[in-house]
Design a protein around this ligand. Structure first.
Ligand code: ZN
Length: 74
């Protein structure tokens, strides 16, 4: 119960779902963006085709101001 409350608060306050197209299969997928961190770069797997892609983003005043997704050469 305590965990659930903390999780909900976090979703509302710091995490924002951002939708974009996968660079491999072109399906619309989403990532959860932590708006408390200004610049981020990380690797995620597509939830549809499971290929890895690099996400780069920037946050200003809790708003997503830059978002880029690139496929990773294997
Ligand atoms: Zn995909």
């Amino acid at each position: 119960m305590v965990y659930e409350k903390v999780f909900r608060k976090n979703i509302n306050g710091m995490l924002e779902e951002h939708f974009f197209q996968c660079p491999y299969c072109w399906e619309q997928i989403s990532v959860l963006v932590d708006t408390s961190v200004q610049t981020q770069s990380y690797i995620e797997d597509c939830e549809v085709c499971c290929n890895p892609f690099r996400v780069q983003l920037a946050i200003e005043e809790r708003q997503l101001v830059y978002f880029e997704v690139n496929s990773i050469e294997q």
